[in-house]
Design a protein around this ligand. Structure first.
Ligand code: ADP
Length: 486
């Protein structure tokens, strides 16, 4: 059946045609087989019945001959002779009586009386073994029955050789076969109509699914794919609906991202335009004012540059993560020391105490540049969003599987309702403050990407007005996703 379905599919047949073919085969093949077996059994039963009938008639004749001494009397019993003739006519056959000298005594065809009849069956019958054989080609039965001696009832005095045609039986079977064929043809037509109808009904939900898929393929992401007629189509529809919802979310976040990017890129340009316009509208502006305005313009250009750089970095990291990684065994302690050394002047400027505490020496497979960028963002934020005379504490620890970095600060903290959005692109709790400290709103998004590329996780805990702690957990050994899957 599997092979048949494969062949039908390979020939490009529709699901409906395949289903209809299967239903027709499932219904008609057993019917054909059953009819063939029934016809065969009927035929055999007819032949068996005819054989028994002839044997019985011959037995009756034999008994009557023994009783009346048919073979030993000169004058043959007329009533028995006409009885034999009637039997032979009834079966469209011939009855021959062979005496013990192998000479034919009686022949219903009256053609061979007095002639010798020596055949294997007759010889065996004289030996006491009666026979009944069927000649399929010539369509007749041949039966030999012994005739016993009238006195002792044991000695075989002669043999009845009876032949009977089965032509009338065969023609009856032929007639029944004809009716059966007509019945099967009608059944085939009925089953075919039912099969097409059933296949059509069964595959209606699949057709509806296909129409819904077509709508999605045409770009209509709002199309609902709910076909809940059968369990299978319901599950399929649910799975596709899930993917579609994801696609919608991605599409929406893409649109949001594009509008955020345009907005973010427009802000410095608007500032530059305002600064330049006001300079141009001033007739006798002093050189100091020019300088001040030009400095502001330069700062805005730096900002625009920073946003573009961060965006490019994010886009680059969004591509297949594994291929973007340059992993090497790295001393994490040294790496963190380096990050802190670079940031110390900024911390000093903000009057923030920066400390590093390591519980053990940690070596791990990481992309040095990326990890350093992620930690820099965290520590830089901890300094930027701190209070005067505040502190930032970086700690490093590890177990047999992971290493842990914590960046805790005594800063302004993050409101609870913002914690869920903190890693979103361009999300800022206080836009003005972020702008003031040169933020782009992309730092934490970049950091999260880097941690995820290392197959790690990042968490945040914060209390408004008290401080924030970012916790990072990264596996010591880097296994590319492809390898991990296989
Ligand atoms: P930004 O460039 O604005 O700093 P980030 O993505 O790095 O962007 O951070 C997003 C926002 O999260 C920041 O604007 C700030 O409001 C908040 N934030 C990040 N780190 C801290 C921190 N350590 N303390 C308080 N607020 C923070």
């Amino acid at each position: 059946m599997g092979k048949l379905v494969k062949t039908l599919r390979a020939r490009g047949l529709s699901m409906m045609a395949v289903a209809a073919c299967i239903i027709i085969l499932a219904a008609v093949v057993p019917l054909f087989l059953q009819t063939a077996i029934m016809l065969q059994s009927f035929n055999q039963a007819q032949l068996d019945a005819r054989s028994i009938e002839i044997q019985n008639q011959c037995m009756i004749l034999s008994n009557q001959m023994t009783r009346t001494g048919y073979l030993s009397s000169e004058q043959k019993n007329n009533s028995l002779s006409s009885q034999m003739q009637a039997i032979a006519d009834a079966y469209n056959g011939r009855i021959v009586i062979v005496g013990n000298n192998f000479k034919i005594v009686t022949d219903t065809f009256n053609l061979a009386v007095g002639k010798y009849y020596i055949s294997e069956e007759v010889l065996r019958c004289f030996g006491g073994e009666s026979s009944s054989t069927y000649n399929r080609e010539m369509q007749y039965f041949a039966n030999t029955t012994p005739v016993y001696d009238t006195v002792d009832g044991k000695t075989i005095q002669g043999v009845i050789v009876a032949t009977a045609s089965t032509e009338n039986l065969i023609s009856l079977t032929d007639r029944i076969e004809g009716s059966a064929s007509l019945f099967l043809a009608c059944m085939l037509a009925v089953v075919a109509i039912f099969a097409v109808l059933a296949a059509h009904l069964m595959l209606r939900p699949v057709k509806r699914l296909q129409q819904a898929f077509d709508r999605v393929a045409r770009g209509d992401l709002d199309a609902d794919i709910m076909v809940d007629t059968y369990g299978e189509t319901k599950q399929l529809a649910q799975a596709v609906q899930k993917s579609l919802n994801k696609l919608r979310a991605v599409d929406q976040s893409r649109q949001e991202f594009v509008s955020n990017v345009s907005h973010e890129l427009k802000t410095p340009i608007t500032s530059i335009r305002v600064l330049a316009d006001s300079l141009m509208n001033m007739d006798d502006a002093p050189v100091e004012l020019y300088r001040e305005f030009m400095q502001d313009i330069s700062d805005e250009i730096d900002r625009e540059n920073q946003i573009i750089e961060d965006l490019l970095l994010l886009v680059k990291m969004d591509k297949s993560a594994d291929s973007q990684m340059t992993v090497a065994q790295t001393n994490i302690n040294e790496e963190l020391e380096l990050v802190l050394k670079r940031l110390r002047p900024i911390a000093k400027k903000g009057n923030v105490e920066l400390t590093f505490e390591s519980f053990r020496e940690v070596t791990a497979d990481v992309d040095r540049m990326k990890l350093s960028l992620a930690v820099t963002n965290l520590v830089e934020n901890a300094i930027k969003y701190n209070v005067d005379s505040g502190w930032v504490r970086v700690t490093l620890d590890a177990d047999h599987k992971y290493f842990y970095i914590k960046v805790a600060d005594s800063g302004i903290g993050i409101p609870e309702d913002s914690l869920d959005h903190i890693f979103e692109r361009f999300f800022r709790v206080d836009k003005a403050r972020s702008r003031e400290v040169g933020g782009t709103g992309l730092g934490l998004a970049i950091t999260q990407n880097v941690i995820q590329m290392h197959h790690g996780v990042i968490d945040v805990e914060s209390t408004l007005g008290e401080g924030t702690t970012f916790s990072v957990r990264i596996p010591l050994n880097y296994v590319p996703r492809q390898e991990a899957k296989s």
